[in-house]
Design a binder for this molecule. Structure first.
Ligand code: KG4
Length: 334
């Protein structure tokens, strides 16, 4: 079965052709980075317009790269939510229209489900059950994953997502957009122990996260340097901030896996590209006799291959879209 999948939940238009369940024949991403960079963040209206321009050529490219035509496709899958509704509607409506015209079944996929299953695209994938941390610009959530469609939430952020905190700190320090890679590159040159930024452990045993207090603490520190007219030690601030984020992510993820009695942990979402996070989580997993699975960076960030994979299992459950089904901004899984 050949699946054509479309993802447009945020600022990347993505298309993929996957031979079910997990053989990726093409995986194309059109980034809107240059459009949003001058604003230091995503402008929803511009994102929707850019998706409209990109979607058709991108789908044609995904088919061409897979060396198949539309007539070879058996199933269409599209991200239904969560995300920016204006962005989601472009890919979701395009997919529904395509399926209607070609008389193909169509499934709506939760973006989180895609991230939770993305490690199944690895050559050596994890077996169920596993604990998954999805950490991106929009989400920071821990899940117990029991099967292809069985996910239960264990903890989530009560305010900012970790990637959002990275982006805000980057903006404060004028490091550019997207902020995560810039903060992490600067952190590489700094001392992670230079500033004792707060770690939000929250209630005892809580697997929830909170990054807004940390962000405020970074803001106050930067202001103090500016008020004293002293140079801001950017690298040390980035390193100390990054360490404060990572320490909590790693500790809570390992605690969740131990609570579940799981021997496998999966890391997904854009922040999974952070090298320190991978390194420290790997170390903690090894110390606890747990295997860590991290998809290739292209499958950690927003992509349509993971939507095809998750869409296939929704299709097997018979969960087909109806023409009136709508996109949603908040995930029922979260
Ligand atoms: O999953 P993703 O591509 O998009 C969504 O948020 O849905 O994640 C993007 C987020 C951004 O906040 C970006 O700053 C962050 O992932 N990010 C990183 C790194 N690379 C990307 N954060 C920390 N370190 C990185 N190396």
């Amino acid at each position: 079965m050949l699946i054509l999948a479309i993802e447009s939940s945020c600022d990347d238009t993505a298309g993929a052709v996957v031979s079910a369940p997990d053989q990726v024949l093409s995986n194309i991403i059109s980034s809107q980075f240059k459009i949003h960079a001058p604003f230091g963040g995503i402008v929803p209206e511009l994102a929707s317009r850019a998706h409209i321009e990109a979607i058709r050529p991108l789908v044609e490219q995904a088919l061409a790269r897979a060396e198949v035509g539309l007539d070879d496709i058996d199933l269409v899958a599209a991200t239904q939510g969560p995300g920016l509704v204006g962005s989601l509607l472009v890919g979701f409506t395009f997919a529904k229209a395509l399926a209607l015209v070609k008389d193909l079944p169509c499934v709506g996929v939760d973006h989180m489900a895609g991230h939770l299953l993305s490690a199944l695209l690895l050559d050596d994938p994890p077996s169920f059950p596993y604990t998954a941390l999805v950490v991106s610009g929009g989400n920071t959530s821990l899940f117990c994953v029991k099967g292809h469609t069985e996910f239960s939430l264990m903890g989530r952020t009560r305010d900012d997502a970790a990637g959002e905190a990275f982006d805000k700190v980057a903006k404060l320090l004028a490091l550019g957009y997207p902020g995560g890679p810039a903060v992490s590159a600067s952190a590489h040159k700094g001392d992670p122990a230079a500033f004792a930024f707060p770690r939000a452990w929250l209630d005892k045993d809580s697997l929830d996260f909170s990054f807004s207090g940390l962000k405020t603490s970074v803001v106050n520190t930067v202001h103090q340097f500016k008020q004293r007219e002293e140079p801001v030690p950017v690298a040390d601030i980035c390193a100390s901030f990054e360490q404060a984020v990572i320490e909590v992510l790693v500790a809570k993820t390992v605690a969740a896996a131990r609570r579940n009695g799981h021997r496998s942990v999966v890391l997904g979402g854009g922040v999974a590209c952070n090298r320190q996070l991978r390194r420290q989580l790997l170390q903690q997993c090894q110390d606890n006799n747990i295997r860590l699975f991290v998809p290739d960076p292209v499958f950690c960030t927003d992509n349509a291959a993971m939507i095809a994979l998750a869409g296939y299992y929704r299709y097997k459950q018979g969960k087909l879209l109806l023409p009136d089904d709508d996109a949603y901004s908040r995930s029922p899984l979260n």
